[in-house]
Design a protein around this ligand. Structure first.
Ligand SMILES: [Zn+2]
Ligand SMILES: [Zn+2]
Length: 285
């Protein structure tokens, strides 16, 4: 019964790997908003792929326990040469056909959609939106847990506290997380950022070190501002301010002022990076 152990152990291994990726992806999202979002999104993709893989292995284990040959594409002529195993979708169909325990119809549709998405991630260049993956990921793990209990008559458990903690985090996703301006962040943090942006928007001027009061530049107005001031400006250097609706450093949207310390804010006195130029003494209403 070596294979029996291997399939389930493998599935468990994939869960652990997926949890590690999930935790890395989430840490970037919550604790370090100044980090590159690209790293974050790549981790989401891998966490998702790995979770789908874990479910595929779990389904194969279910089939194996009904009959070992059921994990192979060709049940009748399985031999050492023809040992191709079933695909994700075939595994679901076989479980539905051969197991006495049903899988919820909604879950079946969801699983098949996730498998398709997984294939797109692997085979094509897909634009990844982590805000779309994270709720799916949470739902996917919920199904894994459900299937595990249903088919193996026990709860999946984690001996290491670290993984217990990550699991709890995933299960609570819908309660604790929210999508704020296209980024998934903690609900409390979203509220704080919202308040900070509203308060910050009241400060429309800067006082320079030589005592002048000058208007601040709103996010999205940078290109206009700079090209009005300098005729010969290379506008592509400032294109990022127009191409993105939300500042990926401070989460200001077009029309907001950048939050204090945002390194994308332009100084209205010298048109260089505000946090490093040293022109500004304070902001005022
Ligand atoms: Zn900003
Ligand atoms: Zn300056």
């Amino acid at each position: 019964m070596k294979i029996e152990l291997n399939l389930l152990e493998n599935s468990y291994d994939f869960i652990i790997n997926s949890f590690e990726l999930y935790s890395t992806a989430l840490e970037y999202g919550i604790h370090d908003p100044k980090r590159s979002r690209v790293d974050n999104k790549v981790k989401w993709k891998l966490a998702f792929i790995t979770m789908v893989q874990a479910i595929e292995l779990l389904l194969k284990e279910v089939l194996f326990r009904i009959h070992p040959n059921l994990i192979y594409l060709n049940i009748d002529s399985y031999n050492k040469i023809n040992f191709k195993t079933v695909s994700f979708q075939q595994a679901i169909n076989r479980v539905l056909n051969f197991s006495e325990k049903p899988i919820d119809q909604e879950d079946v549709i969801f699983l098949i959609n996730c498998a398709k998405l997984r294939n797109e991630f692997i085979h094509y260049k897909v634009k990844i939106q982590s805000e779309q993956i994270s709720p799916k990921y949470s739902a996917l793990y919920n199904i894994y847990k459900k299937l595990y209990k249903e088919f193996f008559q026990e709860e999946i458990t984690f001996t290491q506290q670290k993984y217990q903690h990550i699991e709890g985090n995933i299960l609570q996703f819908n309660e604790n997380m929210t999508i704020y301006r296209g980024f998934e962040i903690n609900k409390n943090e979203a509220k704080l950022i919202q308040e900070e942006l509203e308060e910050n928007n009241k400060y429309k001027f800067y006082i320079t070190k030589d005592g002048k009061k000058i208007p601040r530049i709103k996010f999205g107005d940078e290109l206009n501002y700079v090209s009005n001031k300098f005729k010969e400006i290379e506008s592509e250097n400032f294109a990022m301010y127009e191409h993105y609706d939300v500042c990926d450093e401070c989460l200001a949207k077009h029309g907001d002022y950048h939050l204090d310390g945002c390194d994308l804010e332009i100084c209205p006195a010298c048109s260089k990076q505000l946090i490093t130029c040293g022109c500004i003494v304070k902001k005022v209403k």
